[in-house]
Design a protein around this ligand. Sequence first.
Ligand code: APR
Ligand code: ZN
Length: 251
Amino acid sequence: MSDNPGTAALARMLAEAKRVVVFTGAGISTESGIPDFRSPGGIWTQMAPIYFDEFLASEEARRETWRRRFVMEDTFKAAEPNRGHRAVDALVRRGKVAAVITQNIDGLHQASGIPPEKVIELHGNTTYATCLDCGQRYEIADLRAIFEKTGAVPPCSECLGHVKTATVSFGQSMPVLAMQRAEQETRAADLFIVLGSSLVVYPAAGFPQLAKHNGAKLVIVNREPTPLDQMADLVLHEAIGDTMGAAVGVN
Ligand code: APR
Ligand code: ZN
């Protein structure tokens, strides 16, 4: 057991909890080499987000969206689940964690071994693409090959609709089923653990608050302070990998 009092307190809360929900943001994947958004040097400190209506309206915005995605491809491909992901997976295997609600699009929770049905992706998934009109699925590698040849991702071969990664952009509607499941799991939890989120994006950041208002204990493990720290039962401004690894007993 860790001699860090915060980690020991977290371990105790995990031992006492009956049904835990883990809620993750980009901060759990930085130790896998994927940059987050709002830390110094994070993605939104380098470029402005492209909103969904821009993506629909402008060929240039679609080109830039795809350029950004393909630039990240080698980083995503090289990324492996880290100690933080392994700790969450261990809690799922022990039957402690009923569901992982994630804002992340990198698929690393599934790659760590968590069954896909236990991972609720609020902002979708960037490991494949779909046509926005007919839903036809497209593989990133195929689209990258075309983009590198022609400088653009062509419209859907079935219906000429726009093709976009299966992610939710700012201004795009949230996935209804994922939101419903996230609410159900949040209401059923007696312990809600936030790992690596600045908790500034809604509706996602509403779930820790719903958990707390519904009587669950709230834990936030995040390097920087968040707007919800004062309502949490335990706040650890520490690295997720070591903190969760020590609290759960995984390397
Ligand atoms: N250990 C602990 N905390 C970390 C670590 C780490 N190894 N690495 C980063 N963090 C913290 C940062 O301090 C930061 O506060 O994780 C947080 C990540 O916050 P954001 O970069 O804002 O990411 P996130 O909260 O997931 O963003 C939410 O915004 O841009 C949209 O759709 C995007 O899902 C994303 C959403
Ligand atoms: Zn189509």
